[in-house]
Design a protein around this ligand. Structure first.
Ligand SMILES: [Cu+2]
Length: 119
């Protein structure tokens, strides 16, 4: 009986530590964004603040890029290629991403939004 009580106490005492450890572990989120016909699909991605975000940009026939000024990210994928990169979404808010290539004027139409919900 005494052993049993000790075990229960140990369990109860261990609970808060476990919860804290889970809050600190980064959430990993992965998205594949297809850049085709001068559009990003999906063109809206939503994460929580401090998530570790992995994006694979997949360009179809032509080269495109993923530019996200607030996070100082510019990644380019050649036509028919993909590129994968990661960042921590440490700033909450609504941020526009776009294709910054100027060789093709229609790239200026390519827009999307990253929503980072505050913790
Ligand atoms: Cu483009």
């Amino acid at each position: 009986m005494k052993t049993c009580l000790a075990a229960v106490l140990l369990f109860v005492m261990a609970l808060p530590a476990t919860a804290a450890a889970q809050e600190q572990a980064p959430n990993r989120r992965a998205f594949t964004i297809v850049a085709a016909d001068y559009q990003f699909t999906p063109n809206r991605i939503e994460v929580s603040q401090d998530d570790l975000v992995r994006i694979t940009l997949q360009s179809e026939a032509r080269p495109h890029s993923f530019a996200l000024d607030a996070y100082r990210i510019i990644k380019r994928a050649a036509g028919g290629q993909s590129i994968t990169f990661e960042f921590r979404a440490d700033q909450a808010g609504r941020f526009e991403f776009y294709c910054n290539l100027t060789s093709d004027p229609r790239c200026a139409e390519m827009r999307g939004v990253l929503i980072v919900n505050p913790r």
